[in-house]
Design a protein around this ligand. Structure first.
Ligand SMILES: [Zn+2]
Ligand SMILES: [Zn+2]
Length: 179
């Protein structure tokens, strides 16, 4: 064997890849199978808090008692349904910070996909300055526009759109989905 053969150089993950991977690990604790997502909030490359999709403390989990669906009828007439039993991963991370007295001003938030409108508004008011998502949320345009307007940097690791059960359905599908 020749000594000149080059060793394969170990490539370390970037900080963004590292924290997104940790958010995926956090997501494993989620209690609703319609979106097991996780969130990590960092500052100066250190983790401040984590959160995952789950019911408020002391209330039953979707995995044990089933989902709690609410239908939303959109302006163009199409209907979507959402499980409202759970607190979103981003919201749970933010409430952890509130509980422990940790300021999120200037922090970076890592999550599975573009935050929903409610999460985006909380992220803005927490003073979070940068959001890194693994993938895109099919209905994330409003959040993207708000982040852009207030100067929050948004980065996607992949341009793929996150797929999950029942994200775009008509009435007949709602009943199917409940079985
Ligand atoms: Zn659920
Ligand atoms: Zn949300």
């Amino acid at each position: 064997m020749s000594n000149t053969k080059e060793k394969t150089k170990y490539i370390r993950p970037s900080w963004d890849e590292y924290f997104i991977e940790l958010a995926d690990t956090v997501a494993k604790r989620a209690t609703c199978d319609r979106g097991r997502s996780g969130c990590v909030i960092t500052k100066d490359r250190q983790i401040l808090v984590t959160g995952y999709v789950g019911s408020p403390k002391g209330l039953p989990h979707c995995d044990d008692v089933g989902h709690l669906f609410k239908k939303v009828i959109h302006d163009d007439g199409h209907i979507t349904q959402h499980c409202v039993r759970t607190v979103h991963a981003e919201q749970n991370a933010i409430t952890q910070a509130a509980r422990r007295g940790i300021a999120l001003d200037g922090a970076t938030l890592y999550c599975r996909m573009t935050p929903c409108r409610t999460c985006a508004m909380l992220i803005i008011n927490c003073g979070i300055k940068r959001v890194v998502c693994e993938k895109k949320y099919h209905a994330g345009a409003e959040s993207e526009a708000m982040f852009n307007e207030v100067g929050i940097k948004l980065k996607y690791i992949s341009e793929d759109i996150q797929q999950y059960a029942g994200q775009n359905i008509d009435n007949s599908d709602i009943f199917k989905d409940r079985d």
